[in-house]
Structure formats: structure tokens, C-alpha cells
Design a protein around this ligand. Structure first.
Ligand SMILES: C=C(O[C@@H]1C=C(C(=O)O)C=C[C@H]1O)C(=O)O
Length: 125
């Protein structure tokens, strides 16, 4: 058993007040599912949000899914000129038997543009 890092990102629909928690829940659950992980496998989770996202802390979505005994942290993403708006990123650490190359990183919706090298049919898995 090793601790591995997994990444994910999602670009939210235009109205973040409606879509933020739903989007983060979708991304977080997909990151766990495609890697065969349970919430119990998690060590810690870092969320970043682009500076245009102001309606909620993304970590709330994880807590709503029952992740209450894992350290969570939110931070603002770098405000790089021309970068993709309305993006929530996740960096999660988990205990797993997966080798590093077996870990799948998930980029949903418009966020697939961030990592074309991981992209499969428009969404990255
Ligand atoms: C390209 C991304 O966005 C930014 C750039 C990153 C990188 O160059 O590795 C990683 C995270 C973000 O700060 C991404 O989320 O993957």
C-alpha cells in the first residue's frame, strides 16, 4: 500500500452559484470511482478555485459527501493572464495499491483543455 496523488479539474457552467457544489461533487466522486478508491482511502484533499469563484468553499462538497475525518484545504489558484475561468482543481492523496502510472487524473468539461496530454474524447481520464 502506498500513498498516491491524484488530480482533477472541472470548469463550471456560467452560474457558479448553481453549479459549484454539484460540479465539485461530480468531479470528486469520479476521481475516486475511476481509481477504485473509497473515502476511507483518502489522506488529505486540497481544492483550488480560480479567483472568479466566490459563492462557496469547494471543500463543502466533499463534506456533504461524508468526508468528515480527512483534512481538507481550499486555496485560490494563481491568477495567470488568459487562464481558464471558473475552474475548481483538486489534488487528493490516497492510500492505494495502484502504481503511479495506474492512477487516473480527471479533467471534466472545459477543463480538459488544461491537459490535452491526458484527454480522451474531449474529457480527460
Ligand atoms: C494546467 C493546470 O493548471 C495549473 C497549472 C498546473 C501545471 O502546470 O501543472 C497545475 C495546476 C494549476 O496550477 C492543471 O490544473 O492541470
Amino acid at each position: 500500500m502506498s500513498v498516491r496523488a491524484l488530480r482533477g479539474a472541472i470548469q463550471l457552467e456560467v452560474d457558479e452559484r448553481v453549479h459549484l457544489l454539484d460540479g465539485v461533487r461530480t468531479l470528486f466522486q469520479e476521481m475516486l470511482a475511476v481509481n477504485g478508491l473509497d473515502q476511507d482511502d483518502l489522506v488529505s484533499v486540497l481544492f483550488t478555485a480560480t479567483p472568479d469563484l466566490v459563492s462557496e468553499f469547494p471543500a463543502v462538497a466533499a463534506r456533504e459527501l461524508g468526508v468528515t475525518d480527512v483534512p481538507l484545504m481550499c486555496a485560490q489558484e494563481l491568477d495567470i493572464a488568459g487562464s481558464l475561468p471558473r475552474v475548481v482543481r483538486i489534488l487528493a492523496y490516497a492510500e492505494t495499491e495502484l502504481s503511479k502510472p495506474e492512477v487516473k487524473h480527471i479533467y471534466l468539461g472545459g477543463a480538459a483543455a488544461l491537459r490535452r496530454d491526458l484527454s480522451v474524447a474531449g474529457e480527460s481520464r
